[in-house]
Design a protein around this ligand. Sequence first.
Ligand SMILES: Nc1ncnc2c1ncn2[C@@H]1O[C@H](COP(=O)(O)OP(=O)(O)O)[C@@H](O)[C@H]1O
Ligand SMILES: [Mg+2]
Length: 270
Amino acid sequence: MAKVVVITSGKGGVGKTTSCASIGTALAMQGHRTVLIDFDVGLRNLDLVMGCERRVVYDLINITTGEAKLSQALIRDKRVDNLYMLPASQTRDKDALTFEGIELVINELKQEFDFILCDSPAGIERGAVMAMYFADEAIVVTNPEVSSVRDSDRIIGLLDSKTRRAEQGESVRTCLLVTRYDPERVEHADMMSVQDIEEILAIPLSGVIPESQAVLRASNQGIPVVHDSESDAGQAYMDMAARFLGEDRPMRFIDFERKGLFSRMFGGRR
Ligand SMILES: Nc1ncnc2c1ncn2[C@@H]1O[C@H](COP(=O)(O)OP(=O)(O)O)[C@@H](O)[C@H]1O
Ligand SMILES: [Mg+2]
C-alpha cells in the first residue's frame, strides 16, 4: 500500500528540500519505489538538489491541467533505481494548483510507488496545506531555534485539522526531524537542545541531522548528501531513513565533543 509522506516545517530554509532529497534517495536505495513531488511552485528547488534541473520538461501543474501525462513529467534518477521526481512549475501562478488536480496525480502515483514524498513550500497557507492534505504521514523539519520550533508547532496543528485524514477523524502519523544541529552551540546555550524541542513539540523524534558543510557541497553538485557516506550529515540521513522504516538506531551527532588541539589543527572532514 503506497504511503504519502509530507516533509513540512512552516518556516523556510530549515532543510525540507535537503531532507526530502536525501530521505527519498535512502528509501529508494533500500529498494522502495519512491517518488518525490516538489510542491514549491515558483521556486523549484528539489530538481537542483537532485541534480536533474536540465531534464525538466513538464511539471506538476502541467499534469493536473492535462497538458502532459504523468509519464512525460516524471524524471528518473540517474544514480538510484526506483527513484523518480516530479518537478514544480517555476513560471506558473501558485493558484494554478488545485486539490482536485493533486488528488488525481497522487492516486495515479499510488498505483506505481511505495512512497510518495511531498516537499512542502514554506508557510502555513494554501501551498503548505496542499502539500500535506493527502498525507498519511508527516516529517516535521525543525531547526534548533525558537522561531522554527514555533512554526513547527503551528504546522502540527494544521496536520491535526487541515488534512483529509483529520477530516475523516483519523490522524496523520507525525515525526520530528531536527536539522542543522550544532552540539557546540547547544553546549554554549546559543541553540535549543533536542530535548527542549522534543518537549515543546511532543512528537516522536526520528532523526537529528548535524549542521554540516557536506550539505552545501552536495547541493552545489546536485547530489543528495546521503550519497556522501563519509559525511556526518549523510550518515545521519541514512539513520533517519532506517528509523522511518522501523529500524531502531541510536541517535548520533548530538553530543558535543571537545576537540583537542591536534584534531582542531588537523580536524577531519565535516
Ligand atoms: N544540515 C545542514 N547543514 C548545513 N546546511 C544545511 C543543512 N540542511 C540544509 N542546509 C542548507 O540550508 C539551506 C536551506 O535548505 P533547504 O533544504 O532548501 O530548506 P527548505 O526546503 O526548508 O527551504 C540550503 O542552503 C541548504 O544547503
Ligand atoms: Mg524547500
